[in-house]
Design a protein around this ligand. Structure first.
Ligand SMILES: Cc1ncc(C[n+]2csc(CCOP(=O)(O)OP(=O)(O)O)c2C)c(N)n1
Ligand SMILES: [Mg+2]
Length: 343
């Protein structure tokens, strides 16, 4: 048997959830799951190239955090595992899929691909291929909000920035430097570490002297919280608290979400290192099934309503593939376009 870290308890009696919110969270997580399943299919059919990292299993983190933000206003930075973060931010599935197909209609004009999704409109600061590369970018975004508000007197500059990264990234030097600065300057930022226990084939516990990452916040005098990353309602709760603190000028939070990826590191990974017991343990905590059960138990939805949502989402994913297939390739003459911001 695998020995697993105890997932923090969440007091469900504290949940305040309307039907509309519950269904919105369900739809967003379902979109993440069905979109990624379709990506696997398209990758193995040779429609996508390069590395493609899927997010299956971690949906509660993206949905729980991003759906607590102000859409198109607050900032989000991601990693190479970025498709679902982009979707939660509101980037249309068509634009994400077209980007993965390398098409001109993609959210990065087909120049970025899977690891470099970007959307100015949706305040998605980007996916990043280098581990931990988004941490300083997000810290800079949070700094500019604070600078505009406090130094330039812009009262509207109360945006919060969320910075997602993995357990492996939390051992990179940029993590420590940026957390220090963010705490020192009380920046409006939330660092969300998605601890899925693995950095490719390196087990977190083998690579990290203190595997409980949230505890590292304390040395910066920052709030650090751990959360069951398979429970969207628990994630949403800690996100709402952290966002309120950041917006009130009380500084950053480090959230460690304990989660698991249901597929290999990338679609090129045969996933032979992780034990069947471990996969089974986490597979039984599927965050979508969990929310489904909660919504039904609390009379917020019935099965046929949820099935309808799944069908609607599947149709939008199929539509995204059709759109991507029919979209034009970038013109080779425009190879250097979009390299600089003025383009
Ligand atoms: C600076 C840097 N070093 C090494 C790599 C190779 N690499 C790609 S993904 C990865 C593992 C990162 O794991 P984690 O941060 O836990 O994220 P996860 O893949 O689990 O989401 C590594 C080492 C890289 N992309 N960038
Ligand atoms: Mg990891």
């Amino acid at each position: 048997m695998v020995s697993e870290r105890t997932l923090p308890e969440f007091n469900t009696t504290s949940i305040q959830l309307t039907q509309e919110e519950g269904l919105m969270l369900y739809e967003d997580m379902t979109l993440g799951r069905l979109f990624e399943d379709k990506c696997a299919e398209m990758y193995y059919r040779g429609r996508m190239f390069g590395f493609v990292h899927l997010y299956n299993g971690q949906e509660a983190v993206s949905t729980g955090i991003i759906k607590a933000l102000r859409p198109d206003e607050d900032y989000v930075s991601s990693t190479y595992r970025d498709h679902v973060h982009a979707l939660s931010c509101g980037v249309p599935p068509r634009e994400v899929m077209a980007e993965l197909f390398g098409k001109e209609t993609g959210c990065s004009k087909g120049r970025g691909g899977s690891m470099h999704l970007f959307s100015e409109k949706h305040r998605l600061l980007g996916g990043y291929a280098f581990v931990a590369e988004g941490i300083p970018v997000a810290t800079g975004a949070a700094f500019q909000s604070k600078y505009r508000r406090e130094m330039m007197g812009d009262e509207t500059a109360d945006q919060v920035t969320v910075c997602f990264f993995g357990d492996g990234a939390s051992n990179n030097g940029q993590f420590f430097e940026c957390l220090n600065m963010a705490a020192l300057w009380k920046l409006p930022i939330i660092y969300v570490v998605e601890n899925n226990k693995w950095a490719i084939g390196m087990a977190h516990n083998r690579a990290t002297s203190q595997p409980e990452i949230y505890k590292k916040a304390s040395v910066f005098d920052m709030v650090g919280v751990e959360v069951d990353g398979m429970d969207v309602l628990a994630v949403r709760k800690v996100a709402q608290e952290a966002i309120a603190r950041a917006r009130a000028g009380e500084g950053p939070t480090l959230i460690e979400a304990l989660t698991y990826r249901f597929r290999g590191h990338s679609l090129a990974d045969p996933d032979e290192l992780r034990s069947p017991d471990e996969k089974q343990f986490w597979g039984s905590k599927d965050p979508i099934q969990r929310l489904e059960a909660y919504l039904i138990e609390h009379n917020l939805a019935n099965q046929s309503e949820l099935d309808e949502i799944k069908q609607k989402v599947q149709a939008s994913v199929d539509d995204a593939v059709k759109f991507a297939e029919e979209s034009p390739e970038p013109d080779p003459k425009e190879l250097y376009r979009y390299v600089f911001a003025e383009d």
